[in-house]
Design a protein around this ligand. Sequence first.
Ligand code: IPE
Ligand code: MG
Length: 237
Amino acid sequence: MQNSHPCKHLAFIMDGNGRWAKSKNHTRLFGYVKGTKKAQWIVKVCSDLKIPYLSLFVLSTENFLFRTQSEILSLQKILQKAFLKNSNLLMKKDIKLNFLGDLSVFSSSLQKLCKDLCEKTKKNSGLNLILALNYGGRQEVLQAFKTLGQKIKNKSFDFQNINEKNISSFFPSSEFPEPDLIIRTGGRFRLSNFYLWSASYSELYFTKTLWPDFGKKDLNLAFKHFKNVKRQYGKVL
Ligand code: IPE
Ligand code: MG
């Protein structure tokens, strides 16, 4: 991507949808509808800014396990509707869609839609949009361990050769560069099992703004922070 943004991989923990809805006497679901609209907005903004990679943490493994079944079902419907609505926009904006996480828990129609959209957009060369759905950083570590264990067991990998680089390659997220900046909305100061391995040197930016209220001003503040921070990677600069 030519003349891309200094932040090559921007990631969002889009928290605060439920609280936003509650503060306005609406159902949590309405918060998710608003949050999904905001997600569509940030995708367009990042595509226009020529940011090469955008990750959105849509649903964590724990959200999937511990939210009510009706909330999860409604969320699936909201997502499905948003995917259908935006399918042409992804092509128009040259956006490549990618998923992280275990999608097998979702309805077969949603799974098929995700697969079809990935297929449809796979040759697009603009923004890489990564949606983390039923995703957990620990589950990714577990998956990497299992792949490695299996390879050692069937002797296609020598235990002596384990190093950081080849461990990284067993992570599904290693397909993408490590996130440069992770923005969490909603006033909580934690990663909540997002990108545990690849976030080692990500810059973290937290804002009290609830995700449905997140706007250009908040984004510019986050970019200002990113621009001014010295990324040391352990060195003395
Ligand atoms: C985050 O918003 C989005 C999802 C987990 C789907 P929340 O649902 O966690 O919103 P709050 O934190 O309860 O306000
Ligand atoms: Mg929350």
